[in-house]
Design a protein around this ligand. Structure first.
Ligand code: NI
Length: 176
């Protein structure tokens, strides 16, 4: 296992749609392990493969709290097949937008079809934090960030701040 560097805004790779995985092989399992290790190290509760510069449709999520036993979930080719009628609001953050948090309203429950690490088709009915986290991470697979769900003014402010930081450290792919 290895830690992977995290991609942060304004790196334009975060805006690319990720491709479905065609099979679950050793490479996919190795990437999932690296993603979990990177997510735990950060620390974060969710990570999309694109955030470690791998444009494939895979997510890792672990909502266990500090001191609790770990509860890793890996979702391959996840797809939202149903959304509940109610909405909930959480203060969201993102490992690709460090130290920035904002309230985002999303459907309070979702049903997600996905493939697990053994290559089996699965369905999860999620609510609460899991529902929000799944929607946040699946957004990543479509090149969407949580700041796309906040006001344009707030979004422009945070993007401007990260563009300035990237310029200062001589960042590359400057577009978002
Ligand atoms: Ni994120």
């Amino acid at each position: 296992m290895a830690l992977r560097p995290l991609v942060v805004i304004p790196d334009s790779i975060l805006r690319e749609p990720s491709k479905p995985l065609e099979r679950v092989d050793e490479d996919v399992r190795a990437l999932a392990k690296d993603m979990l290790e990177t997510m735990y190290d950060a620390p974060g509760i969710g990570l999309a493969a694109i955030q470690v510069a791998e444009p494939v449709r895979m997510l890792t999520i672990d909502l266990s709290r500090e001191g609790e036993e770990r509860d890793p979930h890996v979702f391959i080719n996840p797809e939202i097949v149903a959304r509940g009628d109610d909405f909930s609001t959480y203060e969201e953050g993102c490992l690709s937008i460090p130290d920035y948090y904002a309230e985002v309203e999303r459907p309070a429950s979702v049903t997600v079809n996905y493939i697990d690490l053994e290559g089996r088709q699965q369905t999860m009915e999620a609510d609460g934090l899991m529902a929000t986290c799944l929607q946040h991470e699946i957004d990543h697979l479509n090149g969407v960030l949580f700041i796309d769900h906040i006001s344009r003014l707030k979004r422009e402010m945070v993007v401007k701040k990260f563009k300035k930081l990237a310029k200062e450290r001589g960042g590359t792919r400057l577009a978002i």
